[in-house]
Design a protein around this ligand. Structure first.
Ligand SMILES: C[S@@+](CC[C@H](N)C(=O)[O-])C[C@H]1O[C@@H](n2cnc3c(N)ncnc32)[C@H](O)[C@@H]1O
Ligand code: SF4
Length: 377
């Protein structure tokens, strides 16, 4: 299993909390699409990539700023250069307020079969206060149009910790459950430095909820989602049976993936496992591709110890945890033998579930994920 990620680094407007690489723009410049197509060709010519791909993911930024024709040209190039399996999951992130029924239909025709719609909250005043460009009603219209266009695999992104009110968060969760989306990502706000929200908190203009309150919100959210038929399979991700995001599962299983676009990453198994990172400056990205060079900022060959650590870091995000047999087949050790100190600490605190098949964090261990994973360092 291998995936392809494409980064579309443009947003109508930056949200107050977001530090993903994206630049304010009302549409995707054709020069960026052309640069992406050049990068796809360069990587294809290098011959250094997995034989086949089961997932493709357009992330951002706001991929739904692409026109139907732009999306069509990128997907045509992808399928011309790489073996994208017939059954591949092909996802895109989509912002309400940036799509029309026609555009959604064009995406579906081009081959997109999974949509991830950013909602964050169903409360318009809250959406406004964090700089979102849309209302809850616009989200519902987008969802309706997506269904009419034939999408049957839809995720909604929500966030908690944006306000002090647990009730507001639970209302949002209940509302998206009522709407019957297949998947819900429920993120806990990370207060990122260099964002307007961080600055407001620093100046004392906003007091975010304290850690305990956020943890209670998260717990209440997990309970609610489980009673509504969405099972938690990763710290922040919940799905109806059979609708887990296959692209993200590949990351968490530490599989191979290619990454295209500004600031995209790739992990490929060459002689050693290798991580590639693209430049995060748009100018530099264009400049290198114009000269026929790959827009790489960094190439890191992972030592086996680092590779093993990554497997643990990613695998323990999953409720199912790390598969012991797969880990042993890859590294020649059982997880418990490779990390005796961490295992002892986790057992002592009762944060871990050990079976013959897997090693996983329990709910407490997942709640205190940073602390739990810290023992493996
Ligand atoms: C990379 S964004 C792209 C999605 C799309 N542009 C949107 O906002 O609707 C994916 C998701 O990350 C989450 N996110 C962004 N910044 C975050 C932060 N600082 N803390 C927690 N979640 C965040 C939001 O839920 C967002 O929908
Ligand atoms: S949250 Fe989404 S829309 Fe908002 S700035 Fe980040 S990537 Fe853009």
């Amino acid at each position: 299993m291998a995936g392809i990620y494409l980064h579309i680094p443009f947003c109508v407007k930056k949200c107050a909390y977001c530090d993903f690489v994206s630049f304010p723009e009302g549409s995707v410049p054709q020069s960026y699409v052309d640069a992406l197509l050049t990068e796809l060709e360069l990587v294809a010519r290098s011959g250094s990539y997995p034989a086949a791909f089961n997932t493709v993911f357009f992330g951002g930024g706001t991929p739904s700023l692409l026109t139907g024709e732009q999306m069509q040209s990128i997907l045509a190039s992808l399928t011309a250069h790489f073996d994208i399996r017939e059954s591949a999951e092909i996802s895109m992130e989509c912002n309400p307020g940036t799509v029309t029924p026609e555009k959604l239909a064009a995406y579906r025709t081009a081959g997109i079969n999974r949509l991830s719609i950013g909602l964050q909250s169903t409360h318009d005043a809250l959406l406004k206060s964090i700089g979102r460009i849309h209302t809850y009603q616009q989200f519902r219209e987008t969802l309706q149009s997506a269904r009419e266009a034939g999408f049957t695999n839809i995720n909604a992104d929500l966030m908690h910790g944006l306000s002090n009110q647990t009730e507001q968060y639970l209302e949002s969760l209940n509302a998206v459950c009522d709407l019957g989306v297949q998947h819900i990502s429920a993120y806990s706000l990370i207060l990122e430095e260099h964002t307007p929200l961080f600055d407001c908190v620093e100046r004392g203009e906003i007091t975010p909820p304290d850690e305990d309150r956020v943890a209670d919100m998260q717990d209440a959210g997990i309970d609610l989602l489980e009673t509504r038929g969405y099972y938690r399979y990763e710290i922040s991700n919940f799905a109806q049976e059979g609708y887990e995001c296959r692209h993200n599962l590949n990351y968490w299983h530490n599989g191979e993936y290619l990454g295209f676009g500004v600031a995209a990453h790739a992990v490929v198994r060459e002689k050693k496992w290798t991580r590639y990172a693209n430049v995060s400056s748009l100018e530099e990205y264009y400049r290198l591709l114009t000269r026929g060079k790959r827009p790489l900022a960094e190439t890191i060959r992972l030592a086996p110890r680092d590779e093993m650590f990554e497997c643990i870091m990613l695998g323990l995000r999953l409720v199912r945890g790390v598969d012991r047999a797969a880990f042993a087949a890859r590294f020649g050790f059982d997880v418990a033998d490779a990390y005796p100190y961490a295992m002892e600490q986790l057992r002592k605190r009762a944060w871990i579930v050990e079976t013959e098949q897997s090693i996983a964090l329990n709910r407490k261990g997942l709640d205190l994920q940073n602390e739990s994973l810290g023992f493996f360092m």
